[in-house]
Design a protein around this ligand. Structure first.
Ligand SMILES: Cc1cc2nc3c(=O)[nH]c(=O)nc-3n(C[C@H](O)[C@H](O)[C@H](O)COP(=O)(O)OP(=O)(O)OC[C@H]3O[C@@H](n4cnc5c(N)ncnc54)[C@H](O)[C@@H]3O)c2cc1C
Length: 467
């Protein structure tokens, strides 16, 4: 039997997609690259995933796991012609332990659906990527996703206790455990953020967080982005860790306001969206601290949302920011770097300079509390040389972030997009060590090959001699 025939025999024709239109759909994620797809399959449970892996291995075909395809680093894009394993149908919430505050969930559960389903019991899944209406828990785990509320709660790694994984030989293994302090190596931490290179996640044990009794959302206008960033530094220095601290520069405020009409002040040089959660008294005092620090930094407007509807529309503005940019140009390139909070203003200044030098239409929105920058370039990829210009500017932006003590990615991952820059933060020996870990999970090199690690990362033999 051919490869496709074997897959059809296992799953039936409806769940094996290889029509030319399907191949286009599954050749891309939400980033700017595309690849070559042989077929996309839609398994419904772990044993089907394991059987698919065994078939692909027999046919020597690389596998690319895929959730909702909202990734921005090309993680779900096949480099060599490959089989896309789409996990969206493993979307069951298997069990919720309200007392222990954990849940076993399928990787295809949509992030926001999980939190919505937990509303009646007063719990939620804390990582809240701005794509949470579409992205999956499996994708969140594979990229160690962040989100506006990860400032206080931590990124996905802090909310995953265990994961079930199908490895490259079709074995089903569990990393991590329900029990606290599992002895031995923490393979859970190795798998979280591995972007599909170590295996296919088929179940996740997530930690659930109690909904806060009270919450306040503030929208603060500033004359300049420096004043907004200074306020963020001042808030953190005061000892207060708000639930979220998000900054938008003026071009982004204008784009968002035109899109969602949330009442953002379009004449402000920058806007800070801050949220404090906790007890009624704690929230009241948090609002007072933030308002005072903002006033000292020349805030032009401090608005505290008066009810949940107003809070929702303020957040809708922030979470629709990338969609809002479609008004300006048909394509966008979203950068993702992270810098020490103290370096925010300096790095932003350099990023604006780079944008000007490359003559790019740039808008900024970022998780300021985490130092996670997201310069966004709106452009038209049909213009000759445009994408290359955007990518050259991107490399410079990464370089200035790293020079300031930052890193390659705050949350989107390395995928295809940044693997050529890994040598900026890792030595040959570091990369070789990572390649060996990968080999231990995947001796055939078939799980999302050509991702994260640059070519030639495996450069020492078992005795330590350079290959
Ligand atoms: C508008 C917009 C806003 C965004 N905002 C944020 C944000 O605030 N924070 C943030 O962190 N990201 C953000 N992202 C990026 C993206 O949504 C996240 O990286 C998300 O976690 C990807 O989930 P997904 O289901 O779409 O995964 P995909 O894009 O399908 O895959 C992402 C990576 O995970 C791997 N993968 C997916 N599922 C599995 C699985 N079951 N097993 C093994 N590997 C798997 C893939 O191979 C790939 O390498 C945003 C994207 C968009 C388009």
């Amino acid at each position: 039997m051919t490869f496709i025939e074997e897959l059809v025999a296992l799953l039936g024709p409806e769940r094996v997609r290889h029509h030319p239109l399907d191949l286009i759909v599954f050749s891309k994620d939400a980033g700017v690259t595309s690849g070559k797809v042989i077929a996309a399959v839609l398994p419904e449970h772990t044993q089907e995933v394991a059987a698919i892996v065994r078939i692909a291995r027999r046919h020597d075909t690389p596998i690319v796991p895929r959730g909702a395809g909202t990734g921005l680093a090309g993680g779900a894009v096949p480099v060599e012609p490959g089989l896309i394993v789409v996990l969206t149908r493993l979307n069951e919430i298997h069990e919720v332990d309200e007392v222990g505050r954990t849940a076993w969930v399928g990787p295809g559960v949509i992030n926001l659906d999980l939190s919505r389903s937990l509303e009646p019991v007063g719990l939620h899944f804390a990582p809240d990527p701005s794509s949470q209406q579409a992205c999956t828990i499996g994708g969140n785990v594979a990229t160690n996703a962040g989100g506006p509320h990860c400032l206080a709660d931590g990124t996905t790694i802090a909310h995953v206790l265990a994961a079930e994984l199908v490895t490259a030989d079709g074995s089903v293994v569990v990393v991590g455990s329900e029990a606290p302090d599992l002895p031995g190596l923490d393979l859970r931490a190795v798998v979280v953020g591995s972007e599909g290179t170590l295996g296919i996640i088929t179940k996740v044990l997530v930690r659930l967080t109690e909904n806060a009794p009270d919450v306040a959302t503030l929208l603060i206008g500033f004359p300049t982005i420096e004043a907004a960033a200074g306020t963020v530094s001042g808030i953190i220095a005061s000892g207060l860790i708000p639930a979220a601290l998000e900054i938008m520069d003026q071009p982004m405020v204008v784009a968002v306001e035109n899109f969602v009409h949330a009442g953002y002040p379009t004449d402000a040089g920058a806007v800070l969206l801050a949220e404090v959660t906790g007890t009624r008294e704690g929230v009241k005092s948090g609002v007072a601290v933030i308002s005072a620090i903002a006033s000292r930094n020349d805030a032009t407007e401090v608005r505290v949302a008066t009810d949940s509807a107003e809070r929702a529309i303020l957040w809708k503005g922030r979470k629709s920011a990338f969609g809002a940019v479609a008004q300006a140009a048909p394509d966008y390139y979203l950068h993702d770097t992270v810098v020490p909070r103290t370096a925010l203003v300096e790095v932003l200044r350099k990023i604006y300079e780079i944008g000007d030098r490359y003559d790019l239409h740039m808008l900024n929105v970022f998780h300021a509390g985490d130092g996670n920058l997201h310069p966004l370039v709106a452009f038209d990829a049909r213009k000759p040389g445009m994408l290359e210009r955007v990518q050259a500017a991107a490399t410079e932006m990464v370089e200035v972030s790293i020079e300031a003590g930052g890193s390659l990615s705050g949350e989107h991952g390395i995928g295809l997009e940044k693997r050529h820059l890994m040598h900026l933060v890792f030595s040959d020996v570091d990369l070789d060590a990572q390649a060996r870990v990968r080999e231990a999970f995947d001796d055939a090199g078939m799980m999302n090959p050509s991702k994260i690690l640059p070519e030639g990362s495996r450069c020492f033999d078992a005795s330590g001699v350079r290959l």
